[in-house]
Design a protein around this ligand. Structure first.
Ligand code: ACO
Length: 326
């Protein structure tokens, strides 16, 4: 028995922030952003919108594609670092909105790797018999924790959500074949948000507002990202005996075009088999892989039997990968 993705969905804000917009906001240029990151524009939520405004429609679309009623869902996982509220979990809002009875629902915090952590957990729960039908959402509203006066991070991030419906399938050779998940907390300060938790609560007398913004040491992160994405992708392919040349779609986390190109070269993924949309969305953290997966799937570009490799890397540090035969 394997776990299969039987439906996907996505939702992003309508507002587009282009590199030209950033040229008016900070000391940067379209040329710098394009050559260093590959990003041309990103979607940004308005002041009223929160994660569930994108996570819920993404989940609804995925259910519609799967032909599954919300009442049949018994597990909802939402991967995010920008939930509507610190608690309760945004997954419970999704559970309620889709009418998922009294399904188990929880959020997971693994930053950009969150969707792959969600896939791995849902797969274990389905194959272990504690769930039959899961909705896994990866979503972020990083614009709410981005300092738009700080050019090194401001230009990188975007908002949105993607979702997948997972179900058990009796076919041994179709579905999720292998998942690998890793972390290294010694590198926790490469990408983090210092404030808003119990270390620096926002309600303390001396609370420093700047601590609530995301911070990143991009240059150091870059090198580790390339190495870990390549290694973990190799790990899952080796675990199920699939050669790199057999990968029809490699969907890496969309953080930076240069990282994607470097990993694709190391893995020797055939030309045209790596999916890239970072130019249109920027880095949407946990949403990046499910948004990309839905674009490919909804456009009919993934055929039954195709090998799909997903891998991601992010704050924690965390990294992981999954390989499936569609
Ligand atoms: N416009 C113009 N110049 C800029 C900008 C900007 N937007 N941002 C930085 N610079 C300048 C810097 O100040 C620096 O100037 P200096 O040489 O005078 O000091 C110069 O550009 C080079 O800066 P670097 O940080 O070394 O640039 P780099 O080539 O490394 O690119 C980037 C920066 C894009 C952030 C890259 O390092 C990167 O993508 N890192 C990985 C990010 C990542 O993968 N994060 C993981 C996921 S995030 C998550 O989990 C939420």
């Amino acid at each position: 028995m394997r776990t299969r993705i039987i439906g996907t969905g996505r939702a992003v804000p309508d507002t587009v922030l282009t590199n030209a917009d950033f040229e008016r906001m900070v000391d940067t240029s379209d040329e710098w952003i394009t050559t260093r990151t590959g990003i041309k524009e990103r979607r940004i939520a308005n002041g009223e919108q929160a994660l569930s405004d994108f996570a819920i429609p993404a989940a609804e679309q995925a259910l519609e594609m799967a032909g599954v009623d919300g009442s049949d869902v018994d597990l909802v996982i939402c991967a995010t670092v920008t939930a509507d509220t610190v608690f309760p979990a945004t997954s419970t809002q999704i559970q309620h909105a889709i009418g998922a009875g009294t399904a188990a629902a929880f959020d997971i915090s693994a930053a950009c790797t969150g969707f792959i952590y969600g896939l791995g957990i849902a797969d274990s729960m389905i194959r272990g018999g504690t769930a039959t039908t899961a909705v896994v959402v990866g979503g972020e509203v990083l614009s709410k924790i981005t300092d738009y006066t700080e050019r090194a991070t401001a230009v990188l991030f975007g908002d949105g959500a993607g979702a997948a419906v997972l179900r058990a399938s009796p076919e041994e050779d179709h579905g999720l074949l292998s998942v690998a998940l890793h972390s290294d907390g010694s590198l926790g300060k490469l990408i983090y948000r210092p404030g808003g938790g119990s270390r620096h609560p926002i309600n303390s007398a001396d609370s420093d507002h700047s601590l609530t913004y995301l911070r990143m040491r991009g240059n150091e992160t870059f090198k580790i990202a390339v190495r870990s994405l390549a290694e973990v992708s190799d790990e899952v392919l080796t675990a199920c005996g699939i050669g790199h040349s057999e990968v029809r779609w490699f969907i890496p986390h969309q953080a930076n075009r240069r990282i994607i190109d470097a990993v694709g070269q190391r893995l020797e993924i055939p030309d045209g088999h790596t999916y890239i949309n970072v130019d249109r969305y920027g880095n949407t953290s946990a949403a990046s892989i499910p948004i990309a997966l839905d674009e490919l799937n909804r456009d009919g570009k993934i055929a039954r039997g195709d090998i799909v490799l997903v891998s991601a890397f992010g704050s924690g540090l965390t990294w992981g990968a999954g390989v499936m035969r569609w």
